[in-house]
Design a protein around this ligand. Structure first.
Ligand code: ZN
Length: 149
Protein backbone atom coordinates (compact mmCIF):
# COMPACT_ATOMS: atom_id res chain seq x y z
CA UNK A 1 0.00 0.00 0.00
CA UNK A 2 1.35 3.41 -0.97
CA UNK A 3 2.42 5.79 1.77
CA UNK A 4 0.08 8.46 0.37
CA UNK A 5 -2.89 6.09 0.72
CA UNK A 6 -1.89 5.16 4.27
CA UNK A 7 -1.60 8.81 5.27
CA UNK A 8 -4.93 9.71 3.62
CA UNK A 9 -6.70 6.90 5.52
CA UNK A 10 -5.11 7.96 8.81
CA UNK A 11 -6.18 11.59 8.24
CA UNK A 12 -9.75 10.54 7.43
CA UNK A 13 -9.94 8.23 10.45
CA UNK A 14 -8.51 10.97 12.67
CA UNK A 15 -11.15 13.41 11.39
CA UNK A 16 -13.95 10.86 11.82
CA UNK A 17 -13.04 10.39 15.49
CA UNK A 18 -14.29 13.92 16.19
CA UNK A 19 -17.84 12.66 15.56
CA UNK A 20 -17.51 9.96 18.23
CA UNK A 21 -20.24 9.90 20.88
CA UNK A 22 -18.47 8.80 24.02
CA UNK A 23 -20.42 9.63 27.21
CA UNK A 24 -19.13 6.46 28.90
CA UNK A 25 -15.45 6.30 27.98
CA UNK A 26 -14.56 9.78 26.77
CA UNK A 27 -12.24 7.97 24.33
CA UNK A 28 -12.61 9.07 20.69
CA UNK A 29 -11.86 6.56 17.92
CA UNK A 30 -12.23 6.96 14.17
CA UNK A 31 -11.92 4.50 11.31
CA UNK A 32 -11.58 4.87 7.55
CA UNK A 33 -12.34 1.89 5.33
CA UNK A 34 -10.96 1.90 1.78
CA UNK A 35 -13.28 0.07 -0.61
CA UNK A 36 -12.17 -1.93 -3.63
CA UNK A 37 -13.11 0.94 -5.97
CA UNK A 38 -11.23 3.48 -3.80
CA UNK A 39 -14.16 5.05 -1.97
CA UNK A 40 -13.52 5.74 1.72
CA UNK A 41 -16.21 5.01 4.30
CA UNK A 42 -15.57 6.45 7.75
CA UNK A 43 -16.89 5.48 11.15
CA UNK A 44 -16.55 6.47 14.78
CA UNK A 45 -17.32 4.84 18.09
CA UNK A 46 -20.88 5.44 19.25
CA UNK A 47 -21.65 4.69 22.88
CA UNK A 48 -25.21 4.55 24.10
CA UNK A 49 -26.81 3.41 27.33
CA UNK A 50 -24.18 0.84 28.19
CA UNK A 51 -21.08 -0.58 26.57
CA UNK A 52 -22.98 -3.63 25.24
CA UNK A 53 -25.14 -1.43 23.02
CA UNK A 54 -22.16 0.58 21.80
CA UNK A 55 -20.26 0.09 18.57
CA UNK A 56 -16.59 0.60 17.78
CA UNK A 57 -15.37 2.85 14.97
CA UNK A 58 -14.21 -0.09 12.84
CA UNK A 59 -17.55 -1.92 12.93
CA UNK A 60 -19.36 1.39 12.46
CA UNK A 61 -17.44 1.99 9.22
CA UNK A 62 -17.88 -1.62 8.13
CA UNK A 63 -21.63 -1.63 8.82
CA UNK A 64 -22.03 1.69 7.07
CA UNK A 65 -20.12 0.36 4.04
CA UNK A 66 -22.21 -2.82 3.92
CA UNK A 67 -25.40 -0.76 4.08
CA UNK A 68 -24.17 1.17 1.06
CA UNK A 69 -23.60 -2.06 -0.86
CA UNK A 70 -19.82 -2.43 -0.52
CA UNK A 71 -18.48 -5.95 -0.05
CA UNK A 72 -14.77 -5.73 -0.95
CA UNK A 73 -12.15 -3.66 0.80
CA UNK A 74 -8.48 -2.71 0.37
CA UNK A 75 -7.61 -1.52 3.90
CA UNK A 76 -8.88 0.07 7.08
CA UNK A 77 -7.26 2.67 9.32
CA UNK A 78 -8.00 3.13 13.02
CA UNK A 79 -7.02 6.27 14.93
CA UNK A 80 -7.71 7.27 18.52
CA UNK A 81 -6.69 10.11 20.80
CA UNK A 82 -3.96 7.90 22.26
CA UNK A 83 -0.27 8.49 21.64
CA UNK A 84 0.24 4.85 20.66
CA UNK A 85 -1.57 2.94 17.89
CA UNK A 86 -4.84 1.37 18.97
CA UNK A 87 -5.48 -2.24 17.93
CA UNK A 88 -9.03 -3.33 17.06
CA UNK A 89 -10.89 -5.25 19.76
CA UNK A 90 -11.78 -8.91 19.33
CA UNK A 91 -15.26 -8.21 17.97
CA UNK A 92 -13.85 -5.91 15.31
CA UNK A 93 -11.12 -8.37 14.37
CA UNK A 94 -13.81 -11.03 13.93
CA UNK A 95 -15.96 -8.70 11.81
CA UNK A 96 -13.06 -7.56 9.62
CA UNK A 97 -11.59 -10.98 8.97
CA UNK A 98 -14.88 -11.96 7.34
CA UNK A 99 -13.59 -9.87 4.43
CA UNK A 100 -10.25 -11.64 4.16
CA UNK A 101 -7.17 -12.56 6.14
CA UNK A 102 -4.95 -10.23 4.07
CA UNK A 103 -6.83 -6.97 4.71
CA UNK A 104 -4.28 -4.39 5.96
CA UNK A 105 -5.22 -2.73 9.26
CA UNK A 106 -3.45 0.61 9.72
CA UNK A 107 -3.18 1.59 13.38
CA UNK A 108 -1.91 5.06 14.13
CA UNK A 109 -2.04 8.07 16.38
CA UNK A 110 -3.39 11.31 14.84
CA UNK A 111 0.11 12.73 14.34
CA UNK A 112 1.09 9.74 12.14
CA UNK A 113 4.41 9.38 13.94
CA UNK A 114 3.53 5.96 15.37
CA UNK A 115 2.06 3.75 12.65
CA UNK A 116 1.61 -0.01 12.75
CA UNK A 117 0.24 -2.02 9.83
CA UNK A 118 -0.82 -5.62 10.28
CA UNK A 119 -3.18 -7.82 8.27
CA UNK A 120 -6.45 -9.15 9.68
CA UNK A 121 -4.85 -12.60 9.61
CA UNK A 122 -1.91 -11.41 11.71
CA UNK A 123 -4.32 -9.85 14.21
CA UNK A 124 -6.27 -13.12 14.42
CA UNK A 125 -3.70 -15.85 13.66
CA UNK A 126 -5.69 -18.99 14.38
CA UNK A 127 -8.84 -17.92 12.51
CA UNK A 128 -8.42 -20.37 9.65
CA UNK A 129 -7.47 -23.46 11.62
CA UNK A 130 -7.46 -25.80 8.63
CA UNK A 131 -4.51 -24.03 7.04
CA UNK A 132 -2.91 -22.15 9.90
CA UNK A 133 0.61 -22.53 11.23
CA UNK A 134 -0.97 -23.25 14.62
CA UNK A 135 -2.62 -26.39 13.27
CA UNK A 136 0.66 -27.50 11.73
CA UNK A 137 2.34 -26.91 15.09
CA UNK A 138 -0.32 -28.97 16.85
CA UNK A 139 0.03 -31.77 14.33
CA UNK A 140 3.78 -31.76 14.90
CA UNK A 141 3.23 -31.81 18.65
CA UNK A 142 0.83 -34.74 18.40
CA UNK A 143 3.23 -36.57 16.09
CA UNK A 144 5.99 -36.01 18.62
CA UNK A 145 3.81 -37.31 21.46
CA UNK A 146 3.03 -40.45 19.51
CA UNK A 147 6.75 -41.12 19.09
CA UNK A 148 7.33 -40.79 22.83
CA UNK A 149 4.85 -43.52 23.71
ZN1 ZN B 1 -13.95 -2.98 18.35
Amino acid sequence: MERQTVEMLIDMAAAARHNARVPLSGFHVGAALLTKNADVITGCNAEQGNMYESICAERCALTKAISLGYREFQAIAVVSDAEYPLAPCGLCRQALIDFGTELPVVMSNPKKDRVLIMTTGELMPAYDLASSELTKALETWFDGKADDE
